[in-house]
Design a protein around this ligand. Structure first.
Ligand SMILES: [Zn+2]
Length: 269
């Protein structure tokens, strides 16, 4: 699933390629893709709009047009592509937007979990109103984590989008390794210094990944229409039984709330 760095990369790429482009028409082929309004209204409202500003909140993409905010969440396998024509539509293409300059914006999604919404400009965006702090927000402090993490463990807090927005399973595993703590470490038992380390390492790892253009773990593409450009070095995620890159101990995998959780029994306490 794309996490903050990948979504950030998609946002920056879309902005580079689509800023100022006007929508000639929009067709939704898979109606469940659009949560709100109904798909026909979505198509109608987006037609004639110009893409003005692109931003990210947590794992959500926000595209501002003259009259609307288009909110997209790619979930597991969603991808955008910008193609010169309409010939590349396949069974995984769930939306196509033809642009007045002749290009097409495709949304493809093999798993069909991605969702779109369109809000009139200035209206409160319900999809993002309960999100927690961005990792780079200066209000993210050890005290904030202590308060939010009462009775909870490290991994749970990292994945909770209402505490910190944008971190998913891969980066949660990597961050826990970077600070030498087990995913099951209780936040209440972590010192102020440990929590400060946690914040610093979270920012370092996300920044590095943004700079690398997002990871290409699984089939995820960071550049619309271009595949496999980036690969971030992972320390533990997806490395079950492979030697720890620090101490050589085989990486352990457990299931935590249905998510594959990887850690080194020696490096992480
Ligand atoms: Zn180790």
């Amino acid at each position: 699933m794309p996490e903050l760095p990948e979504v950030e990369t998609v946002v920056r790429t879309l902005e580079k390629r689509l800023k100022g482009a006007c929508v000639a028409s929009c067709t939704v082929f898979y109606d469940k893709l659009v949560d709100d309004p109904d798909p026909r209204t979505f198509e109608e409202h987006l037609t004639g709009e110009t893409f003005l500003r692109f931003s990210r909140r947590g794992k959500y993409i926000l595209i501002q047009t003259g009259h609307y905010t288009w909110v997209a969440h790619m979930r597991m396998e969603g991808k955008f592509f910008v193609y010169p024509d309409a010939s590349l539509r396949d069974k995984h293409t769930h939306m196509m937007i033809s642009l007045e300059d002749g290009r097409y914006l495709y949304y493809k999604d093999t798993r069909k979990f991605g969702r779109m919404e369109l809000y009139p400009a200035g209206e409160k965006i319900r999809a993002i109103e309960n999100l927690g702090l961005e990792p780079f927000d200066e209000r993210l402090t050890p005290e904030y984590l202590k308060e939010k993490g009462r009775n909870r463990v490290l991994k749970e807090v990292l994945l909770d989008q209402t505490v910190i927005a944008g971190i998913g399973n891969i980066y949660a595993n990597e961050i826990a390794f970077a600070i030498g703590r087990r995913p099951s470490a209780r936040i209440a038992k972590m010192s102020k210094k440990s929590l400060a380390d946690l914040i610093r390492e979270t920012r370092r790892i996300l920044t590095q990944a943004i700079e690398a253009g997002g990871t290409t773990i699984r089939s995820y593409n960071s550049e619309p229409g271009i595949t496999g450009r980036f690969q971030l070095e992972v320390m533990v995620h997806g490395r079950e039984n492979e030697p720890c890159k620090i101490c050589g101990t085989p990486i352990k995998k457990i299931q935590y709330k249905g998510r594959g959780t990887y850690y080194c029994v020696r490096c992480q306490k």
